[in-house]
Design a protein around this ligand. Structure first.
Ligand code: HPA
Length: 246
């Protein structure tokens, strides 16, 4: 029996995803996916920001993307995500990095809540979030990286913002004091929903730029895309190898 795997491709990576265009209905709306098959797996690839990259981070239908994994009985969700680097002593732009934890500014500041549980009509749901990125999947990715001789760093804490703007220098200083190593606008919300749903999830983060205010240089989306095009093949290779292992 083939396993089903969902892949979520972020900024600059979606063009690497191939497959037959299909739409999968979920209770949160239809999701356009690229469906491909290997001898072991059916791969449902989602372009996080849409086929034309026209959906900004705060408008992504995260619930539909994660619910799709349940619809197709996926064994795991593997994502790619572009991030800014805060801990420049441990990680550099260009690095591929696995995260171990999340620091969600919305939790600290009382912003929008991303959850499947807007009602407790069928009982209370307080999800354990001790390991938002599934440790077994991180182990599989490390094995894939070793087999492909690709350097993959570990144990980063991902600070979450909504975007679509980049952070202010003061926000990055605050995130650093609080313990975040990286900052991104998307993967944390997917990780939270996947935990709530009970689907194993992790993301390969690619450090695309020093976070705001750390170098004095303004941030630009072009820089993010340029770094993704440099490391896109490695990320693709890693995810495809991990699909074999999962
Ligand atoms: N901040 C937030 N999200 C990002 C960044 C950043 O600096 N770079 C790529 N995605």
């Amino acid at each position: 029996m083939q396993k089903s795997i969902v892949v979520i491709g972020g900024s600059g990576f979606a063009s690497k995803l191939k497959g037959r265009e299909v739409e999968v209905p979920t209770r949160f709306g239809r999701v356009a996916v690229l469906l491909s098959e290997t001898s072991e797996a059916k791969v449902y690839a989602i372009r996080r920001h849409g086929a034309n990259h026209d959906t900004p981070p705060h408008m992504v239908n995260y619930k539909a993307h994660i619910a799709l994994a349940k619809e197709v009985d996926a064994k795991a969700i593997l994502a790619s995500t572009a991030v800014g680097v805060i801990s420049l002593d441990r990680y550099s732009p260009g690095d591929l990095i696995l995260c171990s934890d999340i620091l969600a500014l919305n939790v600290l500041l009382g912003g929008k809540v991303v959850t499947f549980f807007d009602s407790f009509a069928d009982g209370p749901h307080h999800t354990d979030m001790s390991h938002p990125f599934t440790p077994e999947l991180n182990a599989h990715l490390l094995r894939a990286a070793a087999e492909l001789s690709i350097s993959l760093k570990e144990s980063a804490i991902l600070g979450a913002t909504y975007g679509p703007r980049y952070e202010t220098a003061a926000e990055i200083r605050a995130l650093k004091i609080l313990g975040a190593d990286l900052v991104g606008m998307t993967a944390a919300f997917e990780a939270i929903l996947a935990r709530e749903q009970g689907t194993p999830y992790t993301a390969v983060a690619i450090g695309t730029n020093p976070a705001a205010g750390l170098t004095g240089k303004p941030l630009s989306h072009d820089e993010v895309i340029e770094m993704m095009s440099r490391r896109g093949d490695d990320i693709h290779g890693l995810l495809m190898k991990a699909i074999e292992i999962v």
